[in-house]
Design a protein around this ligand. Structure first.
Ligand code: ATP
Ligand code: MG
Length: 389
């Protein structure tokens, strides 16, 4: 028996002339995700992407699991391949769906016939297949409104395909079709979720992380690498840029009024991340900020950080409650890593009374004594990168 995986593209259908570009990007992304699982033939026809394993020993459950995390896939299903001959199709459906039909109480059959040369019409295919299934599984009843299982028989160009209900895909748009962006990733809960959300809208990610040894530990960096790794099933490979931030933070501590530490530090992060983003072909920055979650995330504070760089700063979590963000963190399996208790550079030298409503002129004045250009350049020069995934 031969099987394959059928992928339905979601929003892609809306994209008119761009559709081919999107489908091609999706196929490329699927190919990359399955790369080390075995050889697959992946091609498109009639707005469906076909993923055919080229060997019998390939783990199709694992393939389905991986493809469920590829953005741009609206729904997917594992299906059996049968020659376009009705007696064979009928017999195949009885055997192939044994597990699902034995468990179900009710079912219905839906037929799709894109090969109009096939001698039977869809209603006839449904009736005849249904009759064969009722005979083979006498406990079953037909329920056309709310069946436990829907059996699909699709008669397409080269073969017929038999399957049950589709699984939901990851939705969104293929990674890379909206350009690239640099994710400012901390070890926290919010920024990995923010990266996931923007990758879902088709952005390829690079990640920028600031470290301040000895105030932050090797464990904290390892944790960020783990978070990046956990994002790769969704986002693809990620280049992680690690920026040495100690000297900058010490200079801020020594030269600036304490209540402005955090806001100045965040402005520096944006400037550095923007430089790295530009050098790596990115068009935007991404952060995990959410209005009023902490002192540096008031609207006034965000205004002061925003203006530190020219690039658009995407903040997909901006209007989300913590529990909404946490729900996504669970879904993408980053939560348990994010809550490991290692210090982030943001919590080094935190002021006792941070300015919650900073005004830009005051912030600029507070920055006056920093040798900003030299310090920024040192951060850039000391940055190291690593490919994750
Ligand atoms: P998170 O859960 O993402 O850490 P947070 O609610 O703890 O966010 P902050 O610590 O104020 O908030 O950080 C706000 C945003 O700044 C983060 O979402 C992240 O995008 C960025 N950020 C914070 N610390 C770092 C860091 N060490 N390296 C890179 N980006 C950082
Ligand atoms: Mg944080």
């Amino acid at each position: 028996m031969k099987e394959l995986i059928l992928l339905k593209c979601g929003e892609l259908a809306l994209k008119g002339l761009n559709r081919h570009t999107f489908e091609d990007a999706l196929i490329k992304n699927c190919r990359r995700r399955l790369e080390n699982l075995g050889k697959f033939r992946i091609y498109k026809a009639q707005s469906t992407i076909y993923v055919e394993p080229q060997a019998d020993d390939i783990d199709l459950d694992e393939a389905v699991d991986r493809l469920q995390k590829v953005f741009g896939v609206a729904a997917l299903t594992r299906a059996g391949i049968v020659p376009k001959d009705f007696p064979q199709i009928r017999a195949f459906a009885v055997e192939y769906l044994r597990r699902e039909l034995s468990r179900a109480k009710t079912f219905k059959v839906e037929a799709k016939r894109s090969d109009k040369a096939f001698p039977m019409k869809s209603p006839e295919i449904c009736m005849e297949t249904g009759a064969a299934l009722l005979e083979a599984y006498p406990h079953l009843k037909v329920d056309v409104h709310h069946p436990d299982v829907t059996v699909y028989v699709e008669i397409r160009e080269v073969a017929a395909y038999v399957h049950v209900d589709q699984l939901p895909g990851a939705g969104g748009l293929p990674v890379g079709t909206s350009g690239s962006a640099a994710l400012l990733i901390s070890g926290g809960i919010d920024s990995p979720v923010a990266g996931y959300m923007m990758a879902k809208r088709g952005l390829r990610l690079i990640a920028v992380h600031f470290v301040s040894p000895p105030y932050t530990s090797e464990h904290a960096l390892e944790k960020v690498k783990t978070l990046c790794r956990k994002l790769t099933p969704w986002c693809g490979r990620i280049s992680l840029f690690v920026v040495p931030f100690t000297e900058m933070q010490e200079a801020i501590r020594d030269c600036c009024p304490e209540e402005y530490f955090t806001i100045i530090m965040r402005r520096c992060m944006m400037k550095i991340a923007e430089r790295i983003a530009l050098e790596n072909g990115c068009e935007a920055l991404i952060t995990g900020e959410s209005v009023a979650q902490v002192a540096s995330q008031t609207v006034q504070a965000i205004a002061c950080t925003d203006i530190a760089c020219q690039m658009p700063v995407l903040r997909p979590a901006i209007g989300m409650d913590k529990d909404e963000i946490v729900r996504i963190a669970y879904k993408i399996d980053t939560f348990d890593t994010s809550i490991l208790p290692y210090e982030d550079c943001c919590t080094v030298f935190t002021p006792k009374h941070p300015k919650t409503k900073p005004r830009l002129e005051q912030v600029l004045q507070a920055e006056e004594h920093l040798e900003l250009d030299t310090l920024l350049q040192k951060c850039i020069d000391g940055t190291e990168s690593e490919m994750i995934g």
